[in-house]
Design a protein around this ligand. Sequence first.
Ligand code: OAD
Length: 228
Amino acid sequence: MQKIVILTGAGISAESGIRTFRDSGGLWEEHRVEDVATFDAWLNNPILVMDFYNQRRKQLLEVEPNAAHHALAKLEERFDVQIITQNVDDLHERAGSSKVLHLHGELKKARSTVDESLVYDVQGWELKFGDTCEKGSQLRPHIVWFGEAVPMIEPAAELSAEADIFIVIGTSLNVYPAAGLINYVPVSCMKYLVDPNASPLPGIRNLSIIREKAGTGVPELVEKLLAL
Ligand code: OAD
């Protein structure tokens, strides 16, 4: 079975109603990264950080996967599909995709502040001060903040190197190391980029750019791949 590896970003969830980060009206227009998405922010203003992620989690409970997430799940009928997502939502899983690697953490999970291997599901939308791990320490959002290591990048790079087809959807490719994954993909492998604002990727061979929203561009691409 051919292996399709798919790197997704905030744009794939935009049509579900989740704001992207860097588009006009994006989350980083309203909040400064350093105020809500760094470990220093957690130390200096944990109430603001906790509230920021509680609001994101609350919204996630109100939205649904869109046509792009569903189309990627359908690809599994004919291909070995591995999704690598920068998104912290669970819309790929809810659409039925079975192999989803989260590079930047998961909104519906919390983790210990003394032992990062202790990860828990958050019940409902609200993580509270006083919610502790089994070692008694406060739980924090299970998010990879700016400046923190990205523990899943190595497995993601290995998976990218195994791709027969590589698809990038809805990411500005501004954030490393995620943006560098395409460099691990074999040169001969066919690559697709679905993003209405996509720019050419210098030095990347065998790349087809689809300048459409994910909700239309991805189902069309999936139909094409299923018909191969
Ligand atoms: P960005 O907000 O940087 O980029 C969103 C991309 O989605 C842009 O390229 C848009 O053109 C595209 N887009 C918008 N609407 C779309 C649609 N309907 N269909 C397809 N594409 C669309 O988001 P990311 O690249 O995902 O990390 O950001 C990467 C990381 O930066 C995030 O994981 C997050 C953020 O800070 C953390 O918070 C750790």
